[in-house]
Structure formats: C-alpha cells, structure tokens
Write a new protein. Structure first.
Length: 317
C-alpha cells in the first residue's frame, strides 16, 4: 500500500460519487478514480514492490456464514477450454456454495447483463447482447454503432451474478483478455453491493487498463455511503491475455488477493482503516465487465474478455 506525494497511505482526496441501477449506469465512478491512480508516479514502483511478494501462499481468517450449495459441473470427459478444471468441493477454511462453468447456450439463472452508459464514463456503453455463452465460456464482445448517444462507437458487455449474495467469502474467476494495442477497453472482476442503491463499498480484485494488458490492479473502495474518498490500491505486472485464475479472500478482518492460487500484494487488515473509511460488511454480488475508458474504437467486432468458470465459497463454520 503506497500513497502519492502529500497524501496519506490508503486515503485519496474526496471526489463526488453518484448512484446508478446495476443494469444501467453501473459502477464506474471508480474507473475514473483509478485512472487517476494509474497516472501517479508511484505506479511503476508499486508494481515492482508487489512482484517481489507474488506467489506467497495465501491465507485468511474464517468467519462463520451459512449458504446453500448451488454447484454446476462439466462432463469430466470434456476438455476444459482454459486447460484448468473448475474446482469442486470444499477446501480448508472455505465451503463451496456456487460454481458455474457456462456449459450452456445463454446466461445461467440468476445472471443479468448490463445495459446503458457507465457512470462518469463518456466513452463506455453496455449492450446486453455483448455478453454471450457458448463452447463452455462466457464471452464479452463489442458491437459497432449501437450507442444511442454517439456514432461510430463500439459497445461492450457486463454481467451481474445476483443469485448468491454474501457478506465475506472467497471468489475465483478463470479469465483472459484480448490483446488490443491502442485500445483502453478494461476488463474487470469485482464485488458490488447486492443492494445497488448503496455504494461504496466496492472491491475490484481484477482490473486491467486494456491495450496489451501487461498489468492489472486490485482496489478496495472503503469510503462511507456516497463518498469515494478512501481507496487502497495494489498493482501487479502480468500477461492478462493468457488464462489466469484471479481471486479474493474477504473476511471480517482481512482482504487478500490471489492469482493462480498464490497470494499477491499486501493483505489488507481491518485495523489499518482510518475514519472515514469503513470495512465492507454487507452482502455483495460478483460482477464481470468490459468497459471502454478512452475514445479509441476497435476497427471490427472483437472479443474483449473470455471467462471459463467462476466459483464462490463461504467461510467454514
């Protein structure tokens, strides 16, 4: 955890926040905020610092919570598209409550696609038709000329899984992005409040900047209701155009991020937060999205992100 010159670690200057329906102008007050963090002079140093601690075995405290299991499986004889099978069963400290390998022809039950313009992002527009399922994968694509506000632009896709909201849990997402030099179509995996009228908190456990996708960030937005004041960022150099499993372990006392089963970055402890920051302690949903953060447009329809599977765990009793 680092801060820019003249700022306290983990606390950013106040900026206005807005509210939005999850299927309309979703979430991205914070995208604009993160662009500011990326422009800071500490970004390269942060990446180097985090790379030094990558691949440290992950750990996390458990807080009792109960959820009913909702688990899907792919035929074991069918090769997994990403080369890594979706996890099954419980693991030490965590009970599996949901898994999804997109082995169908449309969005699974309890998933919905975004529609409309992201908050505070003049370049983005979400079209539900851009989130499709085929071949055991969830695909995020672009469509030309269907932004009603602007011509000669491409829309992107985003989805919200609302079927298993929980306070505290572990989430794993197996995904890869497309190699798109010159573009700024960001791929993002995040936790967003299940009550979409409440924001913050928000936890982005994977967010790249598009383009060649050679690094990504994770960010805890811990400001009080309606206040985008307190962001704790981490960053890691990584080839996000290749398949990786990105994860988060979120408990009542700590948050840690993982890649391919290994912890990276600093563990964030509740005891670190200073007022007005607040620990996320409400039910959250898993969201996945691609979003254009700049004026550059694709020259043809492309696939911006591909997801093989997702799994969700609750802390063991």
């Amino acid at each position: 955890m680092t801060a820019r010159a003249g700022e306290e670690p983990g606390v950013d200057p106040p900026r206005p926040a807005t509210k939005s329906d999850p299927t309309q102008a979703r979430r991205k007050i914070s995208t604009q905020r993160h662009r500011g963090c990326r422009a800071s002079g500490t970004a390269a140093g942060l990446i180097l610092m985090v790379m030094a601690v990558a691949c440290t075995p992950s750990s996390g405290a458990a807080t009792p919570l109960g959820r009913s299991n909702h688990v899907t499986t792919r035929n074991n004889l069918t090769p997994d598209p990403s080369g890594v099978q979706m996890p099954t069963g419980n693991i030490p400290g965590w009970n599996l409550v949901y898994s999804q390998n997109f082995n169908g022809t449309g969005l699974p039950p309890d998933w919905r696609a975004y529609s409309g313009q992201p908050g505070s992002d003049p370049y983005g527009y979400w079209n539900p038709a851009n989130a499709t399922v085929s071949g055991g994968e969830l695909h995020f694509r672009t469509t030309a000329n269907n932004d009603p506000a602007r011509s000669s632009t491409y829309s992107t896709g985003g989805v919200d899984f609302y079927g298993s909201p929980q306070t505290y849990g572990m989430y794993l997402v197996r995904l890869k992005g497309d190699y798109e030099p010159g573009l700024k179509i960001s791929d993002i995996a995040l936790l967003w409040p299940s009550d979409y009228t409440v924001w913050p908190p928000e936890i982005d456990f994977f967010e790249d900047s598009g383009g060649i996708r050679n690094a990504f960030r994770a960010s805890l937005l811990s400001g009080p209701y309606g206040d985008n004041c307190c962001i704790i960022p981490e960053a890691l150099g990584n080839d996000a155009t290749q398949w990786h499993t990105y994860g988060i372990e979120w408990t009542s006392t700590a948050i840690s991020y993982t890649i391919d089963g290994h912890q990276w970055g600093s563990v964030i402890h509740k005891s670190q937060l200073r007022s007005p920051a607040q620990w996320p302690d409400i039910d959250m949903n898993l969201d996945l999205q691609s979003q254009n953060l700049g004026p550059a447009q694709p020259t043809r329809p492309i696939e911006t992100m591909t997801v093989d599977w997702v799994v969700e765990y609750t802390p063991s009793p």
